[in-house]
Each structure stands twice: as C-alpha cells, then as structure tokens.
Write a protein that binds this ligand. Structure first.
Ligand SMILES: [Zn+2]
Length: 372
C-alpha cells in the first residue's frame, strides 16, 4: 500500500468525491444556480469555474456532466443510477472528455478537440469537455479553443476550471458563464473529515482532525490526502503530536516554553528558544504562526470562551490556564497584536526568523516599558 492510498488501495479523495450537487459543500451559490438552470433547461455552452484548489470545481464539473445526460426526471438529475450516470462514475463515459491543461499545455488535446467537436455525442445528449487548469494552455491552444467557443455546436458544453482566472484571455472570459468557488470554511472541512474518519474506521483525536483541516487551508483535496497519509501509517490512533510530526510542526511544549519566556519578559531565553527551534529544523514562519495560534487560544480562554474552540490537548489546556494567572488581558492583547504584525512582515523576508525575534523583543520591551 503506497503512501496516500487508503485501505482499499484507492485514495480517500477519490472514494469520497462528491457524486451530486448536495454533496458539494460550501458552494451553494454555485450549485443552486446550476440546479435551477438545469431544471429550467437553460444550459450554457461554456462555464468558467474559478477558485482555490480542492474546493470542488472539477467535482462540480463532473456532476454537471452527469446531470445534462442523465436519463431521470429533470428534478432528480443526476440520479447516479441510470446507465449514463454510472458510466461517468466509473470513468468510462465517452461523452465526458477531461483535459488537464497542465500536463502538456493542451496543444494535442485542443487540436484533437477542434477536429472532433463537431461529431455528435456517442450516447448522451451532450458532449462535455472539462478543461482543468485552463490558464496553462498555450496561446495557440487558447486560440483554437476560442474558435470553438465562438460557434459552439449545440451538443457541446465546455467547463473550464482554473485557480488563476486573471490568466485567462478576455476573449475567452466573455464567452463563459462564470462561477467563483470559495475556500471551504474550517468548520465544514472538519465536519467532512470527521464523517470520513468515522465511516473509514480511522481513529483520530478531535484536535488532530482540526489541525489537519487548518493546515489544508480550505482545500478538501489537501485535507483528505493528509488524512490518508496519516491513516496509512498504521498507528492505532492519529494524535495531534503525530500530525505535528508529519507537518513538520512545532510541539505545543516548545511554543508553551516560548510563551513562558515572554510572560517572564526574558528576552535572552526567548531568543535562545527561537534559535533552538530553527536550528532543529523548524520553519520560522510556522513557529511564528503556532505562537500566534497559542496566544489566540489564551485570549479565548481568558474571555471565558469554550475550551473546544482552543484546538489542543487537555495537558496543554491546563498549562495555558496556569499561564493566564500571570498575564493581564492588556498584555495578552498587546502580545497578540505585535506577533501578528510581525507575522505579516515575515512574508518574503530574507532572514525568516528575524520578524519573530523582533516581535518577541518588542513584546518584552512593551511589557517592561509599562513597568518602568
Ligand atoms: Zn442518471
């Protein structure tokens, strides 16, 4: 069993791919509009799906491809039971042509498309061309595509998907109906991961699950492949520490020590800890982000917020509570502000740990300045 493959030898991401519009999460503004158009029989010849990776663009394209050729009543499309739906689900539908523009920049495929687009569909009502990463097409391929889009045959539907709509020529954009997919909110991502884990019999700490969702940054595909990788390791239970190890993360222990140094206004100790982490192979920006996340947790606890909002283990929670005893709200807010400003400054910095060191020094200085 290779890395990234679940127990059935097929990636979780593929096995849990959405099969109908209702399963596409957090994109109701897209799926509702498409469903209404399908029911009304108002099908466009070209769609542009834009948005970050892993947000459901190609899954929605495949569902749309099923729906337009589905044999069930319009309100039930796609039914996932008829011969046409099943052919798509099994990846053997000849009327769904998927082109990955990133693989060879689409030259051969688009030329082939231009030659074959006039032929009627094999079995369905429509031929659906899904061009993924369409911004990668060469100018030549874009021109060929444009020719087809200018006079699309009645039986053809194009779905162009891209993470970078600004790289699509205006002549193409103007011929497409555009839908913008949004990043999946953390809560939705966590919920889906939880459902998958339960169904797959994967035991995972809630804090570990949320850490995966957080790291995936709104992408289902990234979240599911991380879960897959962790599940394949064969551990009885996936723990937060295990996730941190895999992600090259920083232990809550180390971040807690750093916070102790800040509370004690011990600049020398703080800088020592930071450099020990960096020398040990940790990524400076990640240390910085983990520190901010930790302080945010302290703020939530301080404000009497729900402990579950603080994504960590009971041991770390206990430590945070004792740290709060020596920390005023004013200092906490100030620290959080300085560290987050420093984090923004860190983007693209040549010496990655400097913004963290600087923010640490400022936070210590701010505290001692007030005492003087
Ligand atoms: Zn069907």
């Amino acid at each position: 069993m290779g890395a990234g493959e679940g127990m059935n030898g097929q990636a979780l991401y593929r096995r849990w791919r959405s099969q109908n519009f209702d399963e596409i999460i957090a994109q109701e503004h897209v799926t509702r509009t498409l469903q209404n158009a399908l029911r009304a029989g108002r099908i466009a010849h070209a769609y542009l799906f834009t948005g970050p990776r892993g947000t459901g663009k190609t899954s929605t394209a495949r569902i749309l491809a099923k729906a337009v050729n589905c044999l069930a009543e319009p309100a039930e499309r796609p039914c996932n039971r008829c011969a046409r739906c099943q052919a798509v689900n099994e990846g053997r539908d000849l009327d769904l042509i998927e082109i990955d523009a990133a693989s060879n920049r689409g030259i051969d495929e688009i030329r082939d498309l231009r030659d074959k687009v006039a032929f009627v569909p094999n079995e369905g009502r429509y031929k659906v061309y899904v061009v993924d990463e369409v911004h990668m097409l060469t100018t030549e391929a874009f021109n060929a595509l444009l020719k087809t889009l200018e006079e699309p045959p009645a039986h053809v539907i194009f779905v162009l998907a891209t993470t970078e709509p600004q790289r699509i020529p205006a002549t193409i954009l103007s011929r497409c109906q555009r839908f913008d997919f949004r990043r999946i909110p953390l809560a939705d991502l966590s919920r889906k991961l939880e459902r998958i884990s339960q169904a797959e019999g994967i035991r995972i700490e809630p804090a570990a699950l949320e850490a995966i969702a957080r790291r995936a940054g709104g992408s289902f595909r990234d979240a599911e492949s991380l879960l897959d990788q962790l599940a394949a390791s064969g551990d009885a239970e996936i723990t937060l520490e295990r996730v941190r190890e895999l992600l090259g993360g920083v232990s809550a222990q180390a971040v807690g020590d750093l916070v102790d140094a800040w509370i004690a206004a011990d600049l020398a100790q703080g800088l020592r800890l930071i450099n020990r982490l960096i020398d040990g192979g940790s990524d400076a920006r990640q240390v910085h982000q983990e520190l901010i996340e930790y302080l945010r947790g302290l703020l939530l606890l301080r404000a009497g917020g729900d402990e579950r909002l603080v994504n960590t283990t009971p041991e770390v929670l206990a430590r945070m509570r004792s740290q709060l005893a020596g920390l005023s709200l004013g200092r906490l807010v100030e620290g959080l502000k300085l560290f987050s400003q420093g984090e923004v400054a860190a983007r693209g910095d040549v010496r990655p740990q400097l913004p963290l060191e600087l923010a640490f020094a400022q936070a210590v200085l701010a505290a001692s300045g007030r005492e003087e």
